[in-house]
Design a protein around this ligand. Structure first.
Ligand SMILES: CC(C)(COP(=O)(O)OP(=O)(O)OC[C@H]1O[C@@H](n2cnc3c(N)ncnc32)[C@H](O)[C@@H]1OP(=O)(O)O)[C@@H](O)C(=O)NCCC(=O)NCCS
Length: 164
């Protein structure tokens, strides 16, 4: 299935709506689709549990309204059960932000599908590198991310203050 995803200056046609098959215990299927502006409120509410648990940084509603334009939601029976966004800094660099999957559907490949959707979007926009800052490094390694870039180049960070 193909969906028009309106990002930045030009709409881009991507094929990013994917549906996980129902698991053996007949839980409902989970669908991943590009987020739309009207998702921002629901995404804000969905992320709250992960912010409280210290898994992702808090975001204002204004920030999320921006971020959903390059974001993807996972839905089960009309409810948001996952979210991820690609924050685009330049043609060279982007970052996966706010990747979260509801504990009820974790382990069903939803996180991987959301990550793949972000990677696909970066490829379509010809963005050279995607980074992620996370404590879920093992998960991201299963999605093809690594601690070094080709040629053994490393990313080094320096934080200038305690909080964003
Ligand atoms: C990390 C997270 C997004 C993974 O989502 P998920 O839907 O459970 O992951 P998937 O089912 O797509 O798993 C994909 C692969 O990663 C592996 N994996 C998932 N979570 C993992 C973890 N915590 N440690 C190691 N491997 C993990 C799975 O075994 C699977 O491997 P496979 O493809 O070889 O079978 C989810 O656990 C989550 O929302 N955590 C809380 C928020 C968070 O930490 N987000 C990251 C901040 S950037």
């Amino acid at each position: 299935m193909s969906t028009t995803f309106d990002i930045a200056e030009s709409p881009i046609e991507i094929s990013s709506v994917t549906t996980s098959p129902p698991p053996p215990d007949n839980l409902p299927a989970v669908t991943v689709r590009p987020a739309i502006h009207d998702d921002a409120d629901d995404v804000f509410d969905f992320l709250e549990q992960f912010v409280q648990a210290g898994r992702v940084l808090p975001r204002t509603l204004d920030e999320l309204e921006q971020l959903v334009s390059t974001g993807f939601v996972a839905e089960m029976e009309g409810q948001i059960v996952g979210f991820a966004a690609l924050e685009v800094y330049s043609k060279k660099l982007s970052e996966i932000r706010s990747l979260c999957v509801s504990p009820a559907v974790q382990g069903r490949g939803v996180g991987k599908k959301l990550t793949q959707a972000c990677v696909e979007l970066a490829k379509e926009r010809r963005i050279f590198e995607i980074m992620v800052i996370t404590s879920s490094d093992e998960f991201f390694r299963t999605c093809g991310f690594d601690f070094t870039l080709p040629g053994e180049k490393k990313a080094l960070f320096l934080q200038t203050r305690e909080t964003p």
